[in-house]
Ligand binder design. Structure first.
Ligand SMILES: *Cc1c(COP(=O)(O)O)cnc(C)c1O
Length: 394
C-alpha cells in the first residue's frame, strides 16, 4: 500500500469545520456596544466612517453603505434607468440577486455562459449577445476571482453599454492593481455573514464616479434633500425625486469598521488556506479542476475553493457532499442551479440549455470548500483527506 492510500484510510475525524463563520471578536462586539451606549442609531458618523474606511481599502472610488448587496444591485439598475423592453446581459452562473436586479424592473436578462477555468462570464461570448436593446452588462467576480475587466469594459465602451460589477464574493479582489467595483460604473458588495466581512445583513456600493455615488446615496434614502443632521430647522426637508430606504444602521456600520480593520489579516489567512488546499487537491483522483486564474494581473480574493469533480464522483456529487457533511466538513454549492434553470426563470424564459452548459457543470459537479479565517492549514489537511476518502468510496 502506498503512503497516499494509507492516509486516505485513516479513521474519520471529529473536528467540526464550518463552511462559513463570521469572524466576530471582542473588538467587533465592543464597536457595536459603543453605538448602543449613545443615541444615534442611524444617519450617524459610523456609516460615514465605514464608507471612508472601505474606500481607503479599495484605494479609490466613493463608497455608499447599503442594506444589502441586493439593494446595491437594485439601486444600480434603477439609477441606469433600466426598464421594460431593455436587455441586460447577466452571467449564467451567479447568485440569483444578480438577475433579480434586472427582472424586478421588467427588463429582460440575457444569460451568457461562464468559462470553466474561473467560473467567470465568458467575455468572448459578449458581442454575440449584444443587440440594439442591450443597456448594461452585469458580471460577477465568481468565488472571488476577478473578471478580466479591461477586455470586458472595452466591449461595453464600444457599444456604449453600462457595466455593473457584482462583487459580493470579491472584497480584496484586484485586477491590474485596481480593486474590483472600480472598473465598471458601479460595484456592489455583500456583508452577509458568510462573506469576507459581515455586518449581519448589509452591503456597499462603490463607484469611481463621485456623482453616481452621490446620486445613489440620495436615492437610497427616500430622495430626501437633506439628512436630519444637516437640517437647519428640525423636521423640515423637501423631496426631490422618488426613492427607497436601503440605508444601513449605525450598529451595522460600527461592526463593518471593526471588520475592515482586520481585512488584511482575513485575506492573508484565506490566501494561505487556499494555497495549501489547492496544493493538496491538485491532480487528485476524481478532481477535474480547481477554479482559479493563472493570469498575473488577477489578484484572487479567495472566497472559497471550488473543485469540479470528474467521472463517477462528478455524477454523484451530492453523495460526496453528504459524505463530507457526515464527517462535519462544511461545504457548499455555488450556485445550486444556473439562474436560467431556476424555476421562475426557466418557466418565464425557457433558455436553451446550450446557453449555460459550463454553468451547469459548475452547478452539478462542483463543491465549494471553505478557506475562511476561522480555519487554518490543519483544517485544510482534514478537508483534503476527507474529500479524497469520500471520492474514493463512491
Ligand atoms: C451573496 C450574494 C449576493 C446577495 O447578497 P446580499 O447582501 O445577501 O443581498 C449577491 N450576489 C452574489 C454573487 C452573492 O454571492
Amino acid at each position: 500500500m502506498t503512503q497516499a492510500q494509507a492516509k486516505i484510510e485513516e479513521p474519520t475525524q471529529n473536528r467540526e469545520i464550518p463552511f462559513g463563520r463570521p469572524w466576530v471578536e471582542d473588538a467587533d462586539r465592543a464597536a457595536v456596544m459603543d453605538v448602543l451606549q449613545g443615541h444615534i442609531l442611524t444617519h450617524g458618523p459610523m456609516c460615514k466612517q465605514f464608507e471612508a474606511d472601505f474606500a481607503e481599502f479599495t484605494k479609490g472610488g466613493t463608497a455608499v453603505t447599503m442594506s444589502s448587496c441586493m439593494a446595491a444591485l437594485h439601486m444600480s439598475t434603477l439609477h441606469l434607468g433600466i426598464k421594460e423592453g431593455d436587455e441586460v446581459i447577466v452571467p449564467a452562473q451567479t447568485h440569483v440577486a444578480t438577475v433579480h436586479a434586472v427582472e424586478i424592473l421588467g427588463a429582460t436578462p440575457v444569460f451568457a455562459d461562464c468559462e470553466l477555468e474561473t467560473g467567470n462570464i465568458d467575455i468572448d461570448l459578449l458581442e454575440s449577445k449584444i443587440t440594439p436593446k442591450t443597456k448594461a452588462i452585469i458580471l460577477v467576480h465568481f468565488a472571488g476571482i476577478p473578471v478580466e475587466m479591461d477586455r470586458l469594459c472595452a466591449i461595453a465602451d464600444k457599444h456604449n453599454i453600462a457595466v455593473i460589477e457584482d462583487c459580493a464574493l470579491a472584497v480584496g479582489g484586484f485586477y491590474k492593481g485596481k480593486h474590483v467595483g472600480l472598473w465598471g460604473d458601479m460595484g456592489c458588495f455583500s456583508f452577509y455573514p458568510v462573506k469576507h466581512i459581515t455586518t449581519g445583513e448589509g452591503g456597499m456600493l462603490i463607484s469611481k464616479d463621485e456623482d453616481t455615488a452621490q446620486k445613489i446615496a440620495h436615492f437610497r434614502a427616500f430622495s430626501v434633500d437633506r439628512t436630519h443632521n444637516v437640517r437647519k430647522i428640525a423636521g423640515v426637508y423637501d423631496v426631490t425625486g422618488v426613492g427607497l430606504n436601503y440605508r444601513m444602521s449605525e450598529m451595522q456600520a460600527a461592526l463593518g469598521c471593526a471588520q475592515v480593520a482586520k481585512l488584511d489579516r482575513i485575506l492573508s489567512r484565506r490566501k494561505e488556506n487556499f494555497a495549501a488546499l489547492k496544493n493538496m487537491l491538485q491532480g487528485a483522483e476524481g478532481v477535474r479542476a480547481i477554479l482559479d486564474s493563472d493570469n498575473p494581473d488577477v489578484t484572487n480574493s479567495h472566497y472559497c475553493l471550488t473543485v469540479i469533480l470528474d467521472g463517477k464522483a462528478g455524477e454523484h456529487r451530492n453523495e460526496v457532499v453528504k459524505g463530507l457533511m457526515s464527517d462535519k466538513v462544511g461545504c457548499s454549492i455555488y450556485y445550486p442551479q444556473p439562474v436560467a434553470r431556476m424555476k421562475y426563470y426557466k418557466d418565464k424564459y425557457d433558455t436553451a440549455p446550450e446557453e449555460y452548459k459550463n454553468a451547469a457543470v459548475i452547478s452539478d459537479a462542483s463543491i465549494a470548500l471553505p478557506v475562511g479565517p476561522h480555519l487554518d492549514t490543519t483544517d485544510m489537511d482534514i478537508i483534503a483527506q476527507t474529500l479524497k476518502q469520500k471520492i474514493a468510496s463512491i
